[in-house]
Design a binder for this molecule. Structure first.
Ligand SMILES: [Zn+2]
Length: 181
């Protein structure tokens, strides 16, 4: 799930992994988003808030310890709507995009760390979100699961696979598998 309530005018302004010596790790450890519409930020996954404060380069930032074990940092916020110790649900509004801390314009820096506060432990958050890691409007990538399901559906003759937007849902696959048993 993307970190914005309104995803209609969302774009990526700085991809994950971009090499730049000015970053602590020597590369961009997260992804920068800008919304040209509503700027309310939502949690990409549920978990517990372990930081919610105004501090240093990250400005107003929130860290959620997710149920999948990863630590998600939401930085440069103009406003924080959750406090340390709060439990947040996936999709819940937690703040608003801003330009606090080390930032030259309103944007969200979001990153996923395997070890909290270790910039060398980040994972490719674009992959995690299922989107292309490129500057510009957000583009979704079909998940590995969706690709497998699509290939299987074509093989079974239930999809012609011609329409690139066609995607077989998990429910459809389960229904088909059930019928074949
Ligand atoms: Zn950034």
């Amino acid at each position: 799930m993307l970190p914005y309530l309104d995803q209609s005018k969302l774009r990526i302004t700085n991809p994950y992994g971009k090499i730049d010596a000015s970053y602590t790790a020597g590369y961009h450890t997260g992804l920068d988003f800008v919304s040209d519409g509503e700027k309310l930020i939502t949690a990409i996954a549920s978990g517990k808030v372990i930081r919610s404060q105004l501090y240093g380069a990250w400005g107003n930032f929130i860290v959620v310890q997710q149920e999948d074990g990863l630590y998600c940092v939401y930085a440069h916020l103009s406003r924080r709507d959750v406090a340390c110790g709060d439990y947040v649900a996936q999709g819940q509004v937690i703040g608003q995009e801003g330009s606090t801390g080390n930032s030259t314009g309103s944007h969200l820096h979001i990153e996923l760390e395997q070890t909290y506060y270790d910039p060398y432990s980040t994972i490719n958050i674009a992959d995690y979100l299922g989107i292309k890691n490129e500057v510009g409007a957000v583009e979704y990538l079909p998940s590995e699961w969706a690709k497998d399901a699509q290939a299987w559906a074509i093989n079974q003759g239930v999809s012609d696979g011609k329409s690139p937007k066609e995607e077989v849902t998990r429910e459809q696959v389960w229904t088909m598998l059930y019928r074949l048993r």
